[in-house]
Design a protein around this ligand. Sequence first.
Ligand SMILES: *Cc1c(COP(=O)(O)O)cnc(C)c1O
Length: 360
Amino acid sequence: MSRVYNFSAGPAVLPEEVLKEAAEEMLDYKGTGMSVMEMSHRSKTYDAIIKEAEADLRDLMNIPDNYKVLFLQGGASQQFAMIPMNLMKNKKADYIVTGQWAKKAYQEACIYGQANKIASSEDKTFSYIPDCSDLPISEDADYVYICENNTIYGTKFKTLPNTKGKTLVADVSSCFLSEPVDVTKYGLIYGGVQKNIGPAGVVIVIIREDLITEDVLPGTPTMLRYKTHADNDSLYNTPPAYGIYICGKVFQWLKKKGGLAAMKEYNEKKAKILYDYLDESKLFHGTVRKEDRSLMNVPFVTGNEELDAKFVKEAKEAGFESLKGHRTVGGMRASIYNAMPIEGVEKLVEFMKKFEAENL
Ligand SMILES: *Cc1c(COP(=O)(O)O)cnc(C)c1O
């Protein structure tokens, strides 16, 4: 068996220890004689799995008691609709558009009410985070929306926007559990887990209790009401049971690693190796304004499309997988999530140096 260094943006690399443990438990989970995949979600065994996953996530993120943790389906994209359906009481919300995912969320919200684009970085291909210290927040906005880490473009909010007292809603899909967060600064945090936590099919929503009400937009389906899932501890219907089990294992792995502060330190160290090289290289260049650089997604280019393609091809042959940039932006992108070992980045930079020497 040989494993590649997987730089995919998502679904993405998972900790090898977790995969091995899951493999060991595949046929017989803790003496039950069955896989977690085959188990009733109403069973005592499964109840312990989902409860422990939630407890560990609460512990890792220091989630206060007045927030609910929901394990849902539909991907991050379903939240683009679910958020306005549930939170747009005044039918008004402000969106900061820093990339394609934020733009999609904004466009979806336009279906349900008045979504205002109060800031954008589209003028420079989303290569920076706009100044959000004094934005024209609407007086009756139900919330202010951000995509905290922009997976495609490689930017990250280093300071949260000044929402002038309005509820902050954040898509953290690609920076989930990569560093400590102050949950109290948000009304709702959500993310698809396939970037940094687990298998595709689970989306985690962390929502302040006062935002969970029956007062939702008319026509909101039962399954798309936060209250439905909050009232039933994410077991209103069959949850993505196996996916949640793997997420739980990743939470335990993170706790063993020292939690989110330790993870941040590791991620900073890892990203620095790549960014330092991009800053000195004569062939490769980062595409993002330095102060807005993401620790998770690192886009770069040579400035020559043919050379980019040659690099991606040769990198793949050398065991560096999925370095091609998003189909809408081209170039390269190395996603270096929690589970990417530091050796992976060191070896990638070694390979890039060799490629530079051969192709400059
Ligand atoms: C991948 C991604 C999405 C879309 O996730 P799906 O689960 O495919 O719907 C949304 N937002 C961000 C920030 C992402 O990285």
